[in-house]
Design a binder for this molecule. Structure first.
Ligand code: NAI
Length: 343
């Protein structure tokens, strides 16, 4: 009997992107998930083939299907194209970046018991890209905070907290210096919590101290809520506690669309060598399946997500086949094969 297929956009991206997205799709298909992939261009490669790093057809397909899995894209430093990620998140209003960071079974790091979820405001802060040269040798970058955006990310984080039986939200900020912008972020978070979620423990912590506390004892934290740039930096910091960027997934969620992608970038240092860890991208795919399971009430997506998680946990615990970032010797292909076999 043919299953009803769910269409999802697939953006392979740049650098290690094509390798890790191909691996994720292969595993998701092998697990029997009812996903029909729609490959769409974006990234430096798309500039060559479509004359734009983020072609309109890609945005149109994401709007139509409401869901996508994305590989990382490269962004030239100090000039060149606009950032694909910033433009994509803005265009589709993907306001909530959700990044779960947990120790994985069988992957030993300096830290134990890490179980955090980072909520990063994804549409404003310093990522507005409003920069000006106001005089020769003097440039400015504008940080924007709006009550609407600060409130909705707080609502998303607290709502998640309650649904997932999480206990505490810690807001990282620098409102002692950025009194207006970070001050507004804090006020909105506190107002949301006091009005609707008084049962959730709440703390505000200045980000420099918060980073020190994080690396001393990440188990004191549960859900982290912060503005755009802080969320970007703290995500990588937390990834380092559980095995690196190869094992941390993510989602960019909006009201009408959700794009799932790993926290890592295009990793130019290992691109084209077949060495990338596809797990972060695969875990992002699992987040996508769970999202679809909930949104569409799809038992097939839920079952596939559970099977995939069981399979990669098994391979990691067995410990024989691992990519280099996790201390092994396996290639992307060998690790992917092992997960498919474990299914
Ligand atoms: P990166 O995340 O690409 O790499 C940082 C380090 O982590 C490198 O040593 C890399 O080899 C390693 N790494 C990353 N992913 C890995 C994986 N799956 N398996 C094994 N090792 C992995 O960060 P970097 O070098 O700062 O940025 C490279 C490019 O990626 C830049 O153009 C940047 O703008 C872009 N980028 C794109 C993102 C996205 O599309 N979501 C996110 C972050 C960066």
């Amino acid at each position: 009997m043919s299953k009803e297929m769910i269409e999802a956009v697939l953006i392979a991206g740049d650098g290690i992107g094509p390798d890790v997205t191909a691996a994720a799709c292969e595993v998701i298909e092998a697990a029997g998930a009812p996903i029909k992939w729609l490959p769409m261009p974006a990234g430096l490669g798309a500039a060559a083939t479509h004359g734009d790093v983020l072609p309109e057809i890609t945005l149109a397909e994401l709007r139509r299907t409401g869901v996508g899995l994305k590989g990382p894209v490269g962004t030239p430093i100090g000039g060149g194209f606009r950032s694909v990620n910033v433009t994509l998140r803005k265009a589709l209003d993907l306001y909530a970046a959700v990044r779960p960071v947990r120790n994985l079974p069988g992957v030993t790091t300096r830290y134990e018991g890490v179980d955090l979820v980072i909520f990063r405001e994804n549409t404003e802060g310093l990522y507005t890209g409003i920069e000006n040269q106001i005089a020769p040798g003097v440039v400015t970058s504008m940080k924007v905070a709006t009550e609407g955006a600060c409130t909705r990310i707080a609502e998303y984080a607290f709502d998640y907290c309650v649904h997932r039986q999480r206990k505490k939200v810690s807001v990282f900020h620098k409102a002692n210096i950025m009194k207006l912008t970070d001050g507004l972020f804090l006020r909105c978070a506190k107002a949301v919590r006091d009005a609707k979620y008084p049962q959730v423990e709440y703390e505000e912590i200045i980000i420099d101290n918060a980073c020190m506390q994080l690396v001393r004892d990440p188990t004191r934290y549960d859900v982290l809520l912060m503005e755009n740039l802080y969320g970007d930096l703290v995500s990588d910091l937390c990834a380092g506690m559980v095995g690196g960027l190869g094992v941390v997934p993510g989602a960019n969620i909006g009201r009408d669309c959700a794009v799932f992608e790993a926290v890592h970038g295009s990793a130019p240092d290992i691109a084209g060598k077949g060495l990338a860890n596809p797990l972060a991208c695969l875990m992002s795919g699992v987040m996508m399946l769970n999202f679809l399971a909930e949104k569409l009430n799809s038992q097939a997506c839920k079952t596939a997500a559970g099977r995939i998680k069981g399979a990669y946990d098994h391979v990691l615990v067995e410990g024989k086949i691992r990519t280099r970032d996790l201390g092994g010797l396996a290639t992307t292909r060998e690790f992917t094969n092992a997960i498919v076999a474990a299914l």
